[in-house]
Design a protein around this ligand. Structure first.
Ligand code: AKB
Length: 326
């Protein structure tokens, strides 16, 4: 391992960012990882800087101060929240990406991670087992910003040799943190409600199949891609990765094995339309061939771990998100 590696995580308070930061600290050492977000996280163990990624000077400052060598840029407004204010979503998602790409180019950052999403696909793609090189006609401004971002990542690689790497995440399911503003968020929320013995109002139809991935698999994919030899990376836009695909009805079936009384009301809203424009399942052949990607967790395994871990957390007496973070 390169002991000079210093990683800046932008969006370190988010669903994925919070867990990824801990994994990177475990791998590279607590002092080698600079966590950053709009607000300082109380009780955070490690180096934390308040960074608004729309402010390029602030990113320059932190990169210079800590002699950063890698950046993981995880800040973005997600699919459902993004529809509330499309132009602002576009501005924030693109400005933060451009700032990261520019700072990385100017500081000759070794590697950059840019998360894309299954939201880049739309009805022009085959939504069953969607191939990596499908036609992209995203239905949300978030999806449009990710599709554009993938092309900018490739542009910076081709034009400036910047080593940007990217994954198209499915919905991420974890017990460590809460998602916010996404269309796949129901798949985390539903486990919280089950363990708290509350009713769940599902904003998707019961048979809506979507690609999902367990947090442990999502983190491992990210680190494996970032550690893969440069010559193995054939895609400079973004890699499809598959975990599992399921519908709300299938999660409910798993949950009822442990909580037979669990009640669900289906009240589809605007998010149903977004979900209907996304793949039902993903073909990740290119990631498998290039850097050996393979998911480990199926729905049964995910459901068992989610319910056990959340039960433990809630037993310890808190419904507060901050204490749910690792
Ligand atoms: C969302 O639902 O917006 C995200 C995603 C699939 O990118 N979780």
């Amino acid at each position: 391992m390169n002991t000079n590696t210093v990683i800046l995580v932008i969006g370190a308070n988010g669903q994925l960012g919070s867990v990824l930061t801990t994994s990177l600290q475990e791998k590279y050492g607590v002092d080698q990882v600079i966590a950053s977000d709009l607000r300082k996280r109380e009780g955070f163990n490690g180096v934390f800087e308040v960074v608004d990624a729309t402010d390029i000077n602030r990113i320059h400052e932190v990169v210079t101060q800590y002699k950063v060598t890698q950046i993981y840029h995880l800040a973005a407004i997600l699919s459902a929240k993004g529809e509330e204010n499309p132009l602002q979503t576009w501005d924030i998602n693109m400005k933060t990406l451009f700032n990261v790409l520019e700072v990385s180019r100017l500081h000759e950052i070794e590697k950059v991670f840019f998360p894309s999403s299954i939201a880049v696909f739309g009805e022009g793609a085959n939504l069953d087992n969607t191939p990596n090189n499908s036609y992209l006609d995203p239905s949300t401004v978030y999806g449009i910003s990710k599709a554009a971002g993938e092309n900018w990542a490739q542009y910076y690689y081709t034009k400036y040799g910047l080593d940007v790497r990217s994954i198209r995440y499915p919905g991420v399911i974890g017990y460590q943190s809460m998602p916010g503003g996404g269309t796949t968020d129901y798949a985390v929320d539903i486990f919280h409600k089950a363990v708290l013995k509350e009713e769940f109002n599902c904003f998707l139809k019961e048979d809506t199949m979507l690609p999902m991935i367990f947090m442990e698999d999502a983190i491992r994919a990210t680190i494996e891609l970032m550690e893969a030899p440069k010559e193995d990376i054939s895609l400079r836009t973004s890699y499809n990765i598959a975990g599992i695909s399921f519908s709300p009805a299938q999660v409910v079936e798993e949950i009822r094995k442990l909580y037979p009384e669990f009640k669900v009301n289906y009240a589809p809203d605007f998010r149903q339309e977004i979900a209907a424009s996304w793949p039902k399942s993903i073909d990740d052949t290119v990631a498998r061939n290039d850097w050996g990607w393979k998911a480990n967790f199926d729905l049964k395994g995910i459901a068992e771990i989610m319910m056990a871990k959340l039960k433990e957390k809630y037993k310890n007496g808190s419904k507060n998100l901050e204490t749910l973070l690792l």
